[in-house]
Design a protein around this ligand. Structure first.
Ligand SMILES: NC(=O)NC1=NC(=O)NC1=O
Length: 238
């Protein structure tokens, strides 16, 4: 099977990080193709960035049996499900569901404080009330996670604080850029630390194995044919 892992930002080095995390959990019969969005923001740290990341995501939804949206804000997830010919899973969706299966309450450790509301909104959509005990931001910009040597230590310290403050028992990493922190953090903290890239890859792989794809019966039916003009003209559907 082929899983296309889409980095919705335009930073190639993050795509490489994401690819490594996805490939580490892919099964023997699974080919992971990681792609970088051809257009949009260098990183996604606001509603504006999320909005401008969606066209690049939609343009990448082809040539695979299933798709991972490799950004913790799950940008464009519902739109992607209307057009993709295979299952589509977001990082937050996968990580939060996995967290509820290995603990009673999880804390999210994410990047900028301004993205905390989005994480709360997604938790409200994906998991039962009370499952997400808190969302904490390290206020390290997404692209600095890779370049700042102190970043991992700060994220670990914040996760330790979150576990105590929230009385939670699982950590969800709130950014694809933290993917390579998960296993070392789990060993250091003694709790499950969930990387959404790995979780989403395994979930998409499972859905494909179960021969499950997004239902086209109702809300996720293909969009009605219509004209799109200007820069979005290539998205025209006939
Ligand atoms: N909460 C986040 O930092 N989300 C993200 N922004 C990106 O560019 N990739 C992410 O995963």
């Amino acid at each position: 099977m082929r899983i296309r892992v889409i980095n919705p930002n335009t930073t190639e080095s993050m795509t490489a990080l994401i690819a490594a995390s996805a490939r580490a959990v892919a099964g023997p019969g699974t080919v992971v193709e990681a792609v970088t969005s051809a257009m949009g923001p260098a990183s996604i740290e606001s509603h504006y960035d999320e909005a401008l990341a969606v066209p690049g995501i939609l343009a990448a939804l082809h040539d695979a049996d299933g798709y991972v949206l490799a950004c913790f804000g799950d940008p464009g997830l519902d739109a992607a499900r209307e057009v993709a010919a295979g299952p589509v899973v977001g990082l937050a969706e996968a990580a939060m569901h996995a967290a509820t299966m290995v603990g009673r309450g999880f804390s999210v450790v994410t990047t900028l404080s301004r993205t905390k509301g989005r994480a709360h909104d997604l938790a409200g959509r994906y998991v039962a009330a009370g499952a997400c005990r808190g969302v904490h931001a390290c206020d390290i910009p997404v692209l600095d996670l890779e370049s700042d040597p102190a970043a991992r230590k700060e994220v670990v310290a914040l996760a330790r604080h979150a576990l105590e403050r929230d009385e939670s028992d699982v950590i969800v990493l709130g950014c694809a850029g933290m993917a390579d922190f998960a296993s070392a953090m789990s060993a250091e903290l003694g709790v499950p630390v969930i990387d959404g890239v790995a979780a989403a890859t395994v979930l998409v792989q499972s859905l494909i194995t179960l021969e499950l794809r997004t239902s086209t019966r109702g809300e996720y039916a293909p969009p009605p044919a219509k004209r799109y003009s200007g820069l979005l003209q290539p998205f025209e559907r006939t």
